[in-house]
Design a protein around this ligand. Structure first.
Ligand code: NAP
Length: 303
């Protein structure tokens, strides 16, 4: 079994920041990721609150972080962690095809996208249904799309899609938006974005690809159809903590509880970034968490 000082689960900003600290502290570090390195940042169009860059593309920021970590000689592997096995003075991290021995673990798995739980949803994923405007907007040049959600992600990505699609319908289940007023005002100014509230999507239709959605007005219960080429879901996300919920303290929503050093209730297991209990889930706060956990482990080994 390969042995490491630290195994970091998740290569988003929190996990990559932690790696910068453990690697600079000369700890043998493995980063495990089961998706694209960079986490959700990769799927974000434009980031305007990262200090030092008034505006940077999400994919560029993610790539820069990943390159920096690789340049520090990180071990990086693809792997979906399914279990952590506590032993007397170390842990075994079990993925779908491997096992790794380590003294320290940093959980940086972030959150996973929510879906609508409608029939055909899995079948249409990649066939007209998307969770990523940055990845797929080009496919809908001069076409008709709908965006579901009322938070910052839905508002922001509707704006992004409006640069490609001819028509964007933003569907939200309430009349009030959860996202910022600044973004909402920008959306309202776009001539090719139509706001449809208070509506819920109740069915996805089409043969191989989505071609229409059935929507219900939440005030009148009236049902109607919307003919679209693509549907983008931005309805929030839930913590990716299922694989540790039996051994680590989580709150009622599944977020991992930590102390100020990012330590969980299990000795030498840390949780950082969006997966932990916190008020503000942003790239900068994810990096903060990663730095604290990484340096804490380095300090424990230096003295
Ligand atoms: P969010 O704030 O949780 O918003 C999710 C939205 O989806 C809500 O409007 C919610 O409706 C709606 N929703 C949830 N479940 C639904 C369902 N089953 N059917 C229909 N609608 C549903 O998620 P987010 O927009 O991804 O943002 C997450 C965090 O990241 C937030 O803190 C946000 O501020 C931050 N963020 C910031 C930026 C930025 O530019 N600063 C960009 C993106 C995200 P209700 O409102 O009715 O609950």
């Amino acid at each position: 079994m390969e042995t490491y000082d630290v195994v970091i689960i998740g290569a988003g900003p929190a996990g990559l920041s932690a790696a910068i600290y453990t690697l600079r502290g000369h700890l043998k570090t493995l980063i495990l990721e089961n998706d694209t390195p960079g986490g959700k940042v990769v799927r974000t169009s434009e980031i305007t609150n990262w200090p030092g860059s008034a505006s940077i593309e999400g994919s560029t920021l993610a790539y820069n972080m990943f390159e920096q970590v690789l340049s520090l000689k990180a071990n990086y592997k693809y792997g979906k962690v399914i279990k952590i096995q506590p032993k007397k003075d170390y842990y075994v991290v079990i993925t779908d095809d491997s096992k790794y021995k380590t003294k320290y673990i940093i959980i940086a798995t972030g959150t996973k996208y929510r879906n609508l739980n409608l029939a055909n949803e899995d079948k249409f994923y990649g066939n007209g249904l998307s969770f990523c405007a940055v990845c797929d907007a080009k496919l809908y040049e001069n076409k008709t799309v709908a965006v579901v959600g009322g938070g910052d992600s839905a508002l922001k990505e509707a704006l992004y899609l409006s640069m490609f699609a001819s028509d964007v319908t933003l569907i939200h289940r309430r009349n009030e938006f959860r996202g910022s007023d600044t973004l909402l005002q920008k959306v309202l100014k776009k001539p090719n974005i139509t706001i449809k509230t208070p509506y819920e999507v109740i069915a996805l239709e089409g043969d191989k690809k989505i071609n229409s959605i059935k929507v219900k007005n939440n005030e009148t219960n009236e049902v109607s159809y919307l003919y679209i080429d693509g549907l983008f879901l931005f309805i929030g996300s839930d913590p990716a903590s299922d694989f540790v919920k039996d051994i680590i303290d989580i709150d009622g929503k599944g977020y991992i509880k930590v102390n100020e050093q990012m330590e969980t209730n299990m000795k030498n297991i840390y949780a950082v970034g969006d997966v932990r209990v916190k008020d503000l889930r942003q790239i900068i706060t994810a990096c903060n968490d990663g730095a604290i956990a990484g340096q804490n482990i380095v300090d424990k080994n230096a003295y």
